[in-house]
Design a protein around this ligand. Structure first.
Ligand code: ADP
Length: 429
């Protein structure tokens, strides 16, 4: 294994169930690869439905005393966990870049951001107030808030740290227990977080991590087990819909953060430099693999050519490469297949008449790298207008009027994020 950590005990390859590091019942494993070079980083235990069931049972048992603690005591554990994550920020960042590919600076940032959820919810957990409602005659209505019960979480590979802590933090802070299935591409970050949780004093069973090569087996148990009262998921719309359906039989609460198709609207009166800088970050952060990434750049006709020129010049300055190497601004995409999928989307609009201004192909650096791409002559009837690209490809659409821009922005089934650049405050509102 080629991950150099200051504290090598943060590199865990077994599942973490009921406070113990264990292999899967079947003894099977799956490989975690470095997307920058295809190198095998680790072979990780793969669990299925039976281990998931045991983790859920352990969670239910652990929750009994955890929920009875004063909020301050739960908060203290989360605060220590936050401190440990920050003390180990560099190691967690190195692990993340190795398995996910993003540049080290971005990984450091994500670890800080991820840790902040533990701190925030440690604080908020002490402030779970109820309500007294006006009611009729001689009655008084009082609302109290109680932990919902055992929570199951399924998380994606694009933010292997923060997507976990933002689910685990609130669940634990209010007295729930939580079982987690991290994405198979990035289990190492999740397991390291669990190790730090244990060091912070988290009682056994409250937080189990279930790495698996068979997501549907773990997900099937999580969504059908009556002990699980809530499922929280961040990932693709298709899998989210499936999980909601599976949760229907036991009428579970669900929280879903699914796909996006974010527009970035740039009006003629925008500050061009700010619009370009903002659109670059929104589009290319994590090599375009975030759910709130700019998916459609909508630029008004008066500023269109100047925008495309400046934007493209900046894109051409990017240095793609291994995220662990100094100077790398953008890493690989998650898998070879992801690079191929992105390329298919580009080819389909090029065949429909769009123009590639820069990029437009898999990089010579290797099959996991896609060249940062800018595309013009794209129209609303082309596939890229509707599809989530999830890669470093920016289609720049042209519009004439504000009404047209708003209609274009809203012409999507998604509603996750949108961005606007203009200096007209009235228009902003
Ligand atoms: P992406 O296309 O970004 O990988 P997915 O929705 O496929 O998005 O993956 C997000 C998470 O959902 C991952 O942890 C993945 O393992 C998990 N997942 C995928 N399919 C299923 C399923 N059938 N049941 C439960 N979890 C699943």
């Amino acid at each position: 294994m080629s991950i150099q950590l200051k504290d090598s005990s943060l590199l865990k390859t077994q599942a973490y169930i009921n406070g113990a590091w264990v292999d899967g019942d079947e003894g099977t494993t799956f490989d975690v690869l470095n997307p920058a070079n295809g190198e095998r980083l680790a072979s990780v235990a793969s669990v299925g439905a039976a281990e998931t069931r045991r983790a859920i049972e352990a969670a239910e048992a652990a929750m009994k005393s955890w929920r009875a603690l004063p909020a301050k005591s739960r908060s203290d554990v989360l605060e220590r966990w936050y401190d440990l994550m920050m003390a180990n920020q560099e190691d967690l960042a190195v692990l993340m870049t190795a398995e996910q590919g993003k540049p080290l600076a971005e990984s450091r940032g994500e670890v800080g951001y991820g840790a902040s959820f533990l701190k925030w919810f440690a604080e908020e957990g002490k402030r779970v107030y109820g309500d007294v409602l006006p009611s009729t005659a001689d009655r008084r209505s009082i609302v109290i808030k109680q932990p919902v019960g055992v929570v199951a979480a399924i998380t994606p590979w694009n933010f292997p740290n923060a997507m976990i802590t933002r689910k685990v933090g609130p669940a634990l802070a209010v007295g729930c227990a939580i079982v987690l299935k991290p994405a198979a591409e990035t289990p190492l970050s999740a397991l390291a977080i669990a190790e730090l949780g244990e060091r912070a004093g988290l009682p056994a069973g409250l937080f189990s991590v279930l790495p698996s090569a068979t997501a549907s087996a773990v997900g099937g148990e999580m969504t059908s087990n009556p002990t699980v009262k809530k499922v929280t998921f961040t990932g693709s719309t298709g899998v989210g819909k499936l999980l909601m359906k599976q949760c229907a039989d036991t009428v579970k609460r669900t929280s879903m953060e699914l796909g996006g198709n974010a527009p970035v609207i740039v009006f003629d009166d925008a500050d061009l430099d700010k619009a370009v800088a903002g659109a670059l970050v929104s589009k290319y952060r994590n090599s375009g693999q975030t759910c709130i990434c700019a998916n459609r750049l909508l630029v008004q006709e008066g500023i269109y050519d100047a925008f495309v020129e400046k934007f493209t010049a900046a894109v051409n300055e990017f240095r793609i490469g291994n995220g662990l190497e100094e100077g790398t601004t953008h890493g690989p995409v998650i898998t070879e297949k992801a690079a191929q999928d992105i390329h298919q989307k580009v080819e389909s609009v090029v065949n429909a008449g769009a123009t590639v201004v820069t990029g437009g192909k898999v990089s010579e650096l290797g099959s996991h790298f896609y060249e940062p791409t800018v595309i013009t002559n794209v129209t609303q009837d082309m596939s890229l207008f509707k599809e989530e690209i999830f890669g470093p490809v920016a289609p720049v659409f042209k519009f004439s009027t504000e009404e047209e821009a708003i209609a274009m922005a809203n012409d999507t089934e998604f509603g996750l994020a949108s961005y606007v650049y203009t200096n007209d405050l009235g228009r902003v509102w």
